[in-house]
Design a protein around this ligand. Structure first.
Ligand code: HEC
Length: 408
């Protein structure tokens, strides 16, 4: 998550790595394919990114397709050798097994493979017309699925390697997105296929999650740069402020009933609000110092729920009283709760650290959990969004799919 296209910096690091610093990198195991991996997989990020990972064959095939999309120079006739080498050398890590809890709520999960291999569907968008959009982060595309027919349409961003990340729709049906690798906010008019770029200060290098407030102002988090942004579409004016806590990694966002944006700090244990007029930020620390809230959902009465990714908890935060209540997620401390929404009186989220990933429902009145296995395994559901007709759209990054949860 922290490694971006900081190519000059990476080049410098690579030069230095001829010096003793190198000893920190574990060696690649011997075997056919090792040389190609050594040559092609350590130019944008360190080889640790590879040696620390673990996937089965399909998972590695997907990763290699993502890297080729990102610009890895891998001759097509070498792909199978590289996938075989990676599969043998870096098998899946032991992950907790999903805890499946039966219950009376009814939900079914449908998934579609997106057209371009290695897209890494990052975030979903349930559009007003019933379509499901997603960002294909590594393929530089915005995709649209008509779930009724299963038909896809892809729109390739005009700027290469934009890394489309989060996306939202405006009142006119334009799709806005954060270009996570290229420091701009993009707008796509799906009628014409035209892209418009709103460039940010280069310091705001990795815009993350965008959201419109009720006035049509676009708010966004900038994770690694530790900033919050506001873009006024009419004028194109952008204002950026820095999150008060250093390296707080501003992440998921919601807008409350008074039109105030709130975000969670994935790099610390805080939830924060932004004054829409002054952009002054107020932080609310969560009681446990180890909490790392990653995404956040909101009820109509402004009670907020967050996924504590680091500790495996679901958290409830009441902004009126500041009180926090925590519930251990069914999959345990390593279950990595991630994408989360509020729907039909319940909280729905995904556990991304269990195998297979789960869809979890929490009934706050009965304080009861129910869980479903995601059929494809999920591949990390980074975000979810409620559809207009009361279902849930989701993106399944590592299995190159988008999904729709139909809730009875
Ligand atoms: C052209 C640049 C580039 C090259 C070359 C490259 N990568 Fe990557 N790699 C990336 C980017 C960008 C990311 C994503 C960073 C992020 O999470 O935002 C990434 C992430 C990864 C991840 C983490 C995947 C995940 O879903 O979290 C793995 C594993 C990985 N690369 C393996 C490889 C392998 C294996 C190769 C060689 C075949 C390779 N990389 C070559 C750019 C590159």
């Amino acid at each position: 998550m922290t490694i971006r296209y900081a190519l000059p910096l990476i080049a410098a690091v690579l030069l230095c790595s001829a010096l003793p610093v190198r000893s920190q990198t574990p060696p690649l195991p011997d075997g056919p394919g090792k040389e190609i991996v050594a040559a092609s997989c350590a130019t944008c990020h360190s080889i640790d990114r590879v040696t620390r990972a673990g996937y089965d064959r399909d998972g590695w095939r997907n990763v290699v397709a993502m890297m080729v999309n990102a610009g890895a120079k891998l001759p097509p006739d070498q792909t199978n050798a590289v996938v075989a080498y990676l599969t043998k050398s870096f098998p899946p890590k032991a992950e907790p097994v999903a805890v499946l809890i039966p219950g009376s709520a009814q939900a079914s999960i449908q998934e579609w493979v997106v057209p371009t291999a290695g897209s890494r569907p990052h975030d979903p968008l349930a559009a007003a017309d019933g379509s499901i959009w997603y960002t294909g982060q590594m393929a530089n595309v915005l995709g649209r699925l008509d779930p009724k027919t299963g038909t896809f349409k892809e729109y390739r961003a005009r700027v290469a390697d934009s890394g489309p990340h989060g996306l939202v729709e405006d009142a006119d049906g334009n799709i806005w997105f954060t270009a996570n690798f290229k420091a701009y906010i993009g707008k796509l008019d799906p009628r014409t296929g035209t892209f418009t770029e709103y460039k940010l200060d280069p310091a705001a290098r990795d815009p993350h999650t965008p959201l419109f407030d009720r006035n049509g102002t676009l708010w966004f988090t900038v994770q690694g740069a530790n900033m919050l942004g506001r873009l006024v579409p009419k004028t194109g004016d952008v204002k950026l402020v820095t999150s008060p806590t250093a390296r707080s990694n501003p992440y998921g966002m919601v807008i409350d009933s008074k039109n105030v944006p709130w975000y969670v700090e994935f790099g610390s244990n805080k939830i924060a609000s932004i004054d829409p007029a002054t952009m002054a930020i107020r932080e609310y620390p969560l009681p446990n110092a180890g909490a790392r809230p990653r995404r956040i959902a909101i009820e109509p009465d402004d009670v907020m729920w967050y996924s504590d990714y680091a500790r495996g908890y679901l958290g409830r935060f009441d902004p009126k009283t500041g009180s926090v209540t925590e519930f251990p997620s069914p999959g345990g401390p390593n279950s990595r709760p991630y994408g989360i929404v509020f729907l039909k009186g319940a909280i729905w989220y995904s556990e991304s650290g269990v195998r297979p990933n789960t869809l979890v429902r929490f009934d706050p009145a009965a304080q009861r959990f129910q869980t479903w296995a995601i059929p494809s395994g999920g591949g990390v559901v980074r975000n979810m969004m409620v559809t207009r007709d009361g279902n849930i759209a989701m993106a399944c990054s590592g299995v190159n799919r988008v999904g729709l949860v139909t809730v009875k």
